[in-house]
Design a protein around this ligand. Structure first.
Ligand SMILES: *Cc1c(COP(=O)(O)O)cnc(C)c1O
Length: 394
């Protein structure tokens, strides 16, 4: 009892980064090369390895400092007129919208599917009938992959560029032979952690290389471009991934396959236990048309109603369990975004934002921690059962 006080908070996440010993050989390589940034050997190795895993050419990928800047620079590289309207789901992390605004465009917020919580080509078609749209930025919600063949058809029919915010979806989202543009995050809390980092993947001719140039201020480094090497030919930013971060990414990759399988198993186990203690009252993100979530990094439960979510939040608070309302409030309710977005109806996203809660999820969760979460969830449904007679007669 003295060794494991039950009063320690259960964290929401516990990042799984490479140990110093695993990292050391990569740092030795970096130091021997005396190359610490600016597309050094480790960044090149990481890009090659990720391109191979994603089955695209190395010229179709480029690393960036993070996914947010990756999205911003992809939007810049698309060369849309200033003030273009970019369709985006209302239910996402704030960076999806800030990237659009910082690229000089207007987010147009729309709804998501009620079951897999994502924008679909069908929902995008409906949105395009309601408002003028110039580009579409769907999100791989919590890492759930999109059906890229379906988005490719949408791009062909509509003529609108589609960029997938696949920040949380490394290992789940692939192109599977379709054409498309994906932006992954290598942040500490995502599927392939490198501390900070991002990866842009695109089959659009020249897009990845334009993003690469934009990530290095916009300086032209291509001798075959017809423009002087060293000249600033685009106004970019500094969004390069350093060799230190590439070292972390490469070391993470060594453990990635094993950890992804473990996270998948842990997720299945948590879902089944929590379903059981809730008497099957919880709902989960359903697999989308793009296939299975192969590398989960977060656990979201959907409660039957807003009151049950409030009860679960309270039960967790009392039991010292950290929770998070992931992707909430919806973008249209964020003070900094409210006046700057165009908002279409979002009934499914609104319902999600009333009932969704993120619970602790990380490799190495102790049995005691898992039991504590199960007990908190169970307590909500035990008291609901007691109150259900009242609810039915009301
Ligand atoms: C994490 C996340 C981002 C931001 O990624 P960074 O690499 O931290 O910039 C953007 N969009 C979504 C959906 C995310 O989950």
């Amino acid at each position: 009892m003295a060794t494991a006080p039950a009063t320690d908070w259960v964290p929401l996440l516990r990042p799984e980064l490479p140990s110093p010993q695993t990292l050391l050989p990569w740092l030795e390589r970096m130091h021997a090369a005396r190359h610490y940034s600016n597309f050094g050997p480790l960044v090149q190795s990481l890009e090659q390895e990720l391109a191979a895993r994603l089955e695209v050419d190395a010229q179709q990928v480029t690393t960036v400092a993070n996914a947010t800047l990756g999205l911003e620079l992809v939007l810049q590289a698309l060369d849309l007129p200033a003030g273009s309207r970019v369709l985006v789901p209302a239910f996402t992390f704030v960076a999806t919208a800030t990237a659009i605004l910082r690229a000089g465009h207007v987010p147009v917020l729309t709804d998501v599917d009620a079951d897999h919580w994502m924008l679909t080509p069908e929902l995008a078609r409906q949105a395009c009938a309601q408002a003028p749209i110039d580009a579409v930025l769907p999100v791989a919600a919590f890492g759930m992959p999109h059906d890229m063949a379906a988005w490719q058809r949408f791009e062909q029919e509509s003529g609108l560029p589609v960029v997938i915010d696949a920040a949380a979806a490394f290992g789940s989202q692939r192109l599977n032979g379709a054409r498309g543009t994906l932006v992954f995050s290598l942040h500490t809390t995502k599927s392939l952690p490198a501390g900070e980092g991002g990866l842009v993947v695109s089959t659009r001719p020249g897009l990845a290389s334009r993003v690469r140039q934009l990530s290095n201020f916009g300086i032209n480094l291509a001798p075959d471009s017809g423009l002087p090497v060293g000249a600033l030919t685009m106004c970019g930013s500094n969004a390069k991934m350093s060799e230190y971060h590439a070292a972390l990414g490469l070391a993470s990759l060594q453990a990635w396959d094993r950890q992804a399988v473990q996270r998948q198993a842990l997720m299945a186990d948590c879902m089944s236990q929590l379903s059981h203690v809730s008497r099957n009252q919880l709902r989960w993100q359903v697999q989308g048309p793009g296939g299975a979530l192969l590398a989960p990094t977060s656990l979201c439960v959907r409660l039957p109603d807003e009151a049950a979510r409030a009860q679960l939040e309270q039960a967790c608070q009392q039991a010292r369990i950290t929770t998070r309302r992931w992707y909430q409030p919806l973008l249209q309710h964020m003070p900094a975004l409210q006046q700057r977005c165009h908002v279409l109806p979002t009934p499914n996203a609104t319902a999600l934002a009333q009932t969704l809660l993120g619970l602790p999820f990380f490799l190495g969760m102790a049995r005691e921690q898992r039991l504590r979460v199960e007990e908190a969830v169970g307590s909500v449904f035990a008291s609901q059962l007691a109150a259900s007679g009242v609810a039915c007669s009301a």
